[in-house]
Design a protein around this ligand. Structure first.
Ligand code: EPU
Length: 428
C-alpha cells in the first residue's frame, strides 16, 4: 500500500496566495503506529479507526504482513487486523533498518513470542537516536540481549515485572516497555516515563482490552502483568487526532489564513503551542474540537524552547521557525530534544530568511524577511513540511524534492492544501 509510488516525486508550489476554508485533522501518526504494533498482544482480530493513510503506516503494514498479520481495509481510514496463529518474530531487515519507528514492533513481539530479532534502526537526519533505554529496560524485565553486529536478538522465555527508572525520557522507549510489561509475570513500575497524549492513548487502548495500567499522563506508571494472557479486543478503537498536523495547519493559518478552520483536533493537547501562537499575536478562536485561525496584521517574535510534553513539541519546531521568519524582531529557538534538528536552516536562508546558528541547538531569527521561491530537498518529515509552508509564503515558484519524507506523516497534504486555495502540484 502506498500513494508515493515513486520516491523521487516532488512538489511544485507557487507561493503568495491567501488560504481559506476548513481542514479536517487526521489520526495521529505517533499514536497509530503504536496501536497497530500493539495488535500483536491480542488473541483476536481488532478494528482500528481514524488510521492516517501515510507512508510510515504503510511501512508498518508491510512489516506486520510479513510477520503474519492480515490487514483488511474496512473504510476510508479504518482497518481490521487479524492476527494469525504462527507469528514470526523477525523484523524484515530491508524495511526495518530504513524505517526508524519499526522499533515499536519489538516490544510486543518479545512479549508474545519470547524472542525478537531486529536490525539496529540507526540514526537519522534529526540526530543520533540511540536505543539504550529499550535494551536497558528489557534487561530489567529479565531479557537477554545479543548484539549480533548488524542485528539484535532479544530473548526472554517469560518477562518478569520490575521497578525501572528511565535515564532519559523517551516516548517510544516508554511505549515499548509498556507493551513488553503488559503480558509479563508480576507488577512493573516505570519511573520518569513520557507523558505525551499518544502514550496516554496507547494505555487507554490497552486498558480497554483487559490490561491494568495506572498513571498514564504522569511520570510514573504501574502495570499489573497478565502473566501471558493475551488481550482481547471487545470493540474498535479510534486513533487520537494528530496534534502535530493540527499545529502545522495552525501555523499555515497564522501566515496565510483568511481564515482557516482546523476541525477534528484536540486543543487540550496543544496548550503550550497555542500559548506561543497567542504570544505571537495570532488570532485564535478555540472551541472543543476546532480552532479558527486568522492571520494577524503583525506577527510578533517569540522565543521557544522545545521540551517533552507538556512543553513545546520538537515536531512543531521547524514549522514555527518559518512563522518566526515573518515576525517583527528577533526570536531565539532552542531545540533541546534532538541534536540534529536545526540542519535545515541553511536551505531556509537560501529562500531569504535571516537565521544565524548560534550552536547546534540554538538559532536566532531576525524578521520579518520576504521569502523567495527556491529548489530545496526535504531532509525529514517536519523540516520538509516547514519548506512547504515557506514555499506557500514565498514569492515565485519553489520545488520541493524528496517529498516521500512529507508523505511519511501527512496524508495527501497537497490535495488538502489545494482545497484551501494553495497552488501546489505533485509531479514525477
Ligand atoms: N534517547 C536516548 N536513548 C534512547 C531513546 C531516546 O538517548 O534509548 C534520546 C533521543 O536521542 C532524544 C530523546 O531521547 O534525544 C527523546 O527521544 P524519544 O525517544 O522520546 O523520541 P522517539 O520516541 O524516538 C517520538 C516520535 C518523534 C518525536 C519524539 C519526541 C514516534 C514514532 N516518534 O520519537 O516523532 O519527535 O518522540 O516527541 O513516536 C516525528 O513525528 O516527526 C517524530 C520524529
Amino acid at each position: 500500500m502506498s500513494y508515493n509510488k515513486n520516491k523521487l516525486m516532488r512538489f511544485i508550489i507557487k507561493g503568495g496566495y491567501k488560504l481559506k476554508g476548513e481542514v479536517e485533522i487526521k489520526g495521529a501518526k505517533n499514536n497509530a503506529l503504536k496501536i497497530l504494533a500493539a495488535s500483536l498482544l491480542f488473541s483476536n482480530g481488532l478494528n482500528i479507526k481514524n488510521v492516517p493513510l501515510i507512508e510510515d503506516v504503510f511501512r508498518l503494514f508491510d512489516l506486520l504482513e510479513i510477520i503474519g498479520v492480515k490487514i483488511l481495509k474496512k473504510g476510508l481510514n479504518e482497518f481490521y487486523l487479524e492476527i494469525q496463529k504462527n507469528i514470526k518474530n523477525v523484523l524484515e531487515k530491508s524495511i526495518a533498518e530504513r524505517f526508524r519507528a519499526s522499533i515499536v514492533l519489538a516490544g510486543p513481539l518479545l512479549a508474545r513470542t519470547g524472542k525478537v530479532i531486529f536490525p539496529f534502526p540507526g540514526g537519522c537526519v534529526i540526530g543520533k537516536r540511540p536505543i539504550d533505554v529499550f535494551l536497558d529496560g528489557w534487561r530489567a524485565l529479565g531479557a537477554k540481549i545479543y548484539d549480533k553486529g548488524s542485528f539484535y536478538e532479544v530473548r526472554a522465555k517469560k518477562l518478569k515485572g520490575a521497578d525501572y527508572t528511565f535515564r532519559t525520557v523517551s516516548v517510544t522507549g516508554t511505549e515499548t516497555l509498556i507493551m513488553s510489561a503488559v503480558l509479563a509475570e508480576g507488577e512493573t513500575i516505570l519511573r520518569n516515563v513520557a507523558c505525551e497524549p499518544e502514550v496516554v492513548a496507547l494505555v487507554d487502548f490497552l486498558n480497554k482490552a483487559g490490561a491494568e495500567i495506572r498513571g498514564a499522563g504522569t511520570p510514573f506508571l504501574r502495570i499489573k502483568g497478565t502473566n501471558g494472557r493475551l488481550l482481547k479486543a471487545l470493540r474498535g478503537f479510534e486513533v487520537i487526532p494528530d496534534r502535530i498536523e493540527a499545529g502545522s495547519f495552525l501555523i499555515i493559518g497564522a501566515l496565510l489564513g483568511d481564515p482557516l478552520i482546523i476541525k477534528h483536533c484536540e486543543p487540550n493537547h496543544l496548550s503550550t503551542f497555542l500559548l506561543a501562537l497567542k504570544d505571537a499575536g495570532v488570532n485564535l478562536e478555540i472551541e472543543k474540537d476546532k480552532i479558527k485561525v486568522i492571520r494577524p496584521k503583525k506577527i510578533l517574535s517569540v522565543d521557544i524552547k522545545t521540551r517533552e510534553y507538556p512543553g513545546f513539541p520538537t515536531d512543531l519546531q521547524a514549522p514555527f521557525v518559518v512563522l518566526m521568519t515573518q515576525a517583527f524582531g528577533q526570536s531565539l529557538i532552542f531545540e533541546t530534544v534532538f541534536d540534529g534538528r536545526l540542519n535545515y536552516i541553511e536551505d531556509l536562508n537560501r529562500m531569504g530568511t535571516k537565521i544565524v546558528m548560534c550552536d547546534p541547538h540554538r538559532i536566532l531569527i531576525s524578521g520579518p524577511t520576504p521569502l523567495r521561491g527556491r529548489e530545496v530537498e526535504s531532509p525529514d518529515l517536519r523540516a520538509g513540511l516547514a519548506f512547504v509552508i515557506a514555499a506557500l509564503v514565498a514569492k515565485g515558484k519553489s520545488i520541493i524534492n524528496n517529498i516521500y519524507q512529507i508523505d511519511r506523516g501527512y496524508e495527501k497534504i497537497d490535495e488538502r492544501l489545494r482545497m484551501l486555495g494553495a497552488k501546489i502540484q505533485r509531479v514525477d
